[in-house]
Design a protein around this ligand. Structure first.
Ligand SMILES: [Zn+2]
Length: 118
């Protein structure tokens, strides 16, 4: 059985728990998701079990009374059972967890949009 992580709009992966041996998987492992939930576009899938997402946001500049666009990158853990579902350019939903490595403390939960989909 996959554990329900209790976050709205997150579907459980179709993979059976027997096929997922990832301890850091929020659905089949022991790592829990708590804290911030955010969305981002996958920009890199080069490293094993890790993806880089990019999220855009606007920042208000007081002096000019205008907004400037900013973006930030975030390393996220990609659970074994989602490995084949997530591709470059997809919009994914990620949740904060305990620190998994030096730069990783977020886990990919679900795909929101496929690349090219509106
Ligand atoms: Zn899993």
């Amino acid at each position: 059985m996959s554990r329900n992580v209790g976050i709205p709009n997150v579907n459980l992966p179709k993979t059976k728990s027997e096929d997922c041996h990832d301890n850091d998987c929020p659905f089949h492992g022991t790592t829990r998701v708590r804290g911030k939930i955010t969305k981002g576009v996958v920009v890199s899938k080069k490293s094993k079990n890790t993806i880089i997402i990019r999220f855009d946001y606007v920042h208000f500049v007081k002096k000019y009374k205008r907004y400037e666009r900013r973006n930030s990158r975030l390393a996220c853990h990609l659970p074994e059972c989602l490995h084949h579902d997530i591709n470059l350019g997809d919009l994914v939903i990620v949740g904060e967890s305990r620190k998994i490595s030096k730069t990783k403390s977020f886990i990919v939960l679900d795909k929101v949009k496929k690349i090219g989909e509106k």
